[in-house]
Design a protein around this ligand. Structure first.
Ligand code: KG4
Ligand code: ZN
Length: 343
């Protein structure tokens, strides 16, 4: 359990294609504003230079609006937390430079935050009627986003053991690539989920896709999604346009089933091996309703923690929460940009 002191934190996130600033007081969101960059949709993926420029255009206005909505000025802010790794170098640079500017101009303490640790800390943000400072530990956490997919054993803040990660594509990347094959705009995760929901359960039982498994015991909690993407690609070219047009929902459902099965199997196996009852999901793919219900079905409804979708995709609130916990655990560190550093 974390004991909270009265503390106001500004969280700044700009590692990829979301510019987001939030104000948190003691783990509770006072304001959280996110701009998702639509500029990338026509390219089918994030263009780094376009992302940096778009962050630059928005960050100042978002920070001002977040302070206004949160009812705080720079004088009331106790800590600035900013994502400094991993991410796109130019995109990170915009958030870090802005945060350093606030730090220098107003003398506010600052910390760099690892984006992946930020996603996990979204679990501890208080929700209406739920005090998430009480998340039972240890728990197994699945972090599935557009850039990362991994399973961790989380014992306490700072004690987070990586059990396995993807050896190729991230789960969200697989959704986005398959979406592109099917003509959905980037990012395609939500569009695929909505399309899949139109398919009755067993409308096309002949459409199944393989789920990668590793025989090497060291990789037992690892994921691989590039073979699945190739299988979908081959299926599309083999089946022809007519069949695909008539069976798009069933195809999306089969693909989604394969990804979700792979994600849930690893969490379930890790929970069983370590004798841990509580599991959690974080990252953009955790918005997926089919993943949420599969986790609850397989691990028991009361044992699974899912943050609301607004806290699953990239946001400043999770970065502020991580910063607050870093301060409480004497782990503040000056931002050091390292686009490749994970946890
Ligand atoms: O965490 P996030 O906002 O950014 C990264 O850190 O990557 O995750 C974005 C990813 C995208 O790949 C997007 O397609 C996926 O999350 N995503 C979903 C859903 N909503 C977002 N994937 C599956 N189902 C969804 N409903
Ligand atoms: Zn993310």
């Amino acid at each position: 359990m974390y004991i909270l002191c009265t503390m106001i934190t500004m969280g700044i996130e700009s590692s990829c294609d979301e510019t987001s600033v939030a104000i948190l007081r003691d783990g509770r969101v006072l304001s959280s504003l996110t701009h998702s960059q639509a500029e990338h949709a026509i390219y089918g993926g994030v263009v780094p230079e376009v992302a940096s420029r778009a962050h630059l255009e928005r960050i100042d206005g978002l920070a001002k609006a977040a302070m206004e909505q949160g009812g705080v000025g720079p004088k009331e802010i106790d800590l600035i937390a900013v994502t400094d790794s991993p991410g796109l170098a130019g995109a990170l640079l915009v958030g870090v430079s802005f945060a350093l500017g606030m730090h220098a101009a107003h003398g506010i303490p600052i910390t760099g935050v690892n984006h992946l640790e930020g996603h996990i800390c979204s679990l501890f943000i208080a929700q209406d009627g739920i005090d998430n400072t009480n998340v039972p530990m240890p728990f197994i956490v699945l972090l599935a986003s557009g850039g990362h997919t991994a399973v961790y054993k989380y014992a306490s803040f700072g004690d987070c053991e990586l059990l396995g990660r993807t050896v190729d594509d991230a789960a969200g990347e697989a959704f986005d690539k398959v979406g592109k094959l099917l003509g959905f705009p980037y990012p395609a995760g939500r569009a695929i989920e909505l399309e899949a929901a139109k398919a009755p359960n067993d409308s096309r039982p002949e459409i199944t896709f393989p789920v990668a498994r590793f025989s090497d015991p060291d990789k037992r909690y690892c994921f691989s999604f590039s073979g699945l993407k190739t299988a979908v690609k081959n299926f599309i070219s083999k089946s022809g346009e007519h069949y695909i047009n008539d069976n798009r929902p069933a195809l999306c459902a089969a693909f989604q089933r394969a990804v979700v099965n792979s994600l849930v199997c690893n969490v379930e196996a890790a929970a069983a091996e370590y004798g841990i009852k509580t599991a959690a999901i974080a990252g953009g793919v955790a918005c997926n309703g089919f993943l949420r219900s599969a986790m609850r079905k397989r691990l028991g409804g009361g044992n699974v923690i899912c943050p609301p979708p607004s806290l699953c995709t990239d946001n400043g609130a999770m970065i502020a929460m991580a910063g607050q916990l870093m301060r409480q655990n004497n782990r503040l560190r000056f931002p050091v940009m390292d686009p490749g550093r994970g946890i």
